[in-house]
Design a binder for this molecule. Sequence first.
Ligand SMILES: Nc1ncnc2c1ncn2[C@@H]1O[C@H](COP(=O)(O)OP(=O)(O)O)[C@@H](O)[C@H]1O
Ligand SMILES: [Mg+2]
Length: 301
Amino acid sequence: MRGWILYRMNESELKPESYEINRFLEVAPSENIELNVLKPERIDLIVTKEDRKSILVDGNPVALPDFVLPRMGAGTTYFTLAVIRHLERLGVPCFNSSTHIDMVKDKLFTQQVLAQKNFPVPKTMLVKSPIDIDLVEKYIGFPVVVKTLSGSQGKGVYLSDNKKSFKDLMQLIESTNPNFNIILQEFIKDSFGRDLRVFTIGGRAVACMERRSVDGEFKANYSAGGEVSEYGLTPEIEWLATEVSRVLGLEIAGVDLLFHGNHFKICEVNSSPGFEGLEKCCNVDIPKEIYRYLKIRLGIY
Ligand SMILES: Nc1ncnc2c1ncn2[C@@H]1O[C@H](COP(=O)(O)OP(=O)(O)O)[C@@H](O)[C@H]1O
Ligand SMILES: [Mg+2]
């Protein structure tokens, strides 16, 4: 079986920080998979109804792979989405698909879909300009979580403690870039500095970990320095994570859950989740799980 990973670097440029890609490459031979890592920019898109068996890479026609794993994360640009759509139209199964990568890249759209389906979500509001701060106070309250529409590794997420600091922040944003898309979210205080990350593959929850910040920070992201430990899957966690993945059309997903009393709220969902922290604390081999799923899913053994 031949597969491609779409990534922001070529294979020759990979660094140890590209943990996930290195792991995919490492496990591929033992699963009989010929894997190549390529930057979407190496692909040329020529839309025609002829020749649906090959695609141009570095200007030369090459045979299509059996599957593609897009791993661009929050850096998924229009160009990358166009490449994935093109591959899909040529019949290449992509995990995840362009439509659903695009959907969960938008944190508000994710919450809209989940709320419609009755999943527990924090109250979320889209910022418009000029902003009515009294309305924010009335419907969301303070402290409030301020987030960029898409982002990862906790980089675009900020906790604003009170009305005054929030007003200052909004003034700053409005004066710098009024067209910036920002969402405001109810602060789920039981989850301060801790949350859960569940990894799902093909309708199964394969591992779950708790993430805790170490420095009094409210964000628990592993990539931001959080500590991780295995967390036992309960029927509720498993059901939430697998159903959320299904509703959002993701065959591979990282579902973030916030602690809320004895229950949870869905924080966000990632279509190309990292798994360094997870493999560190849970006894799981994520690339192997993904490859085995793909073999069954595609009927190529
Ligand atoms: N509404 C919220 N209430 C409490 N904590 C939150 C909330 N939203 C986010 N967090 C914390 O911030 C972290 C990063 O937020 P998230 O939306 O997952 O952004 P990113 O895409 O950068 O990971 C979460 O893992 C969680 O620890
Ligand atoms: Mg997150």
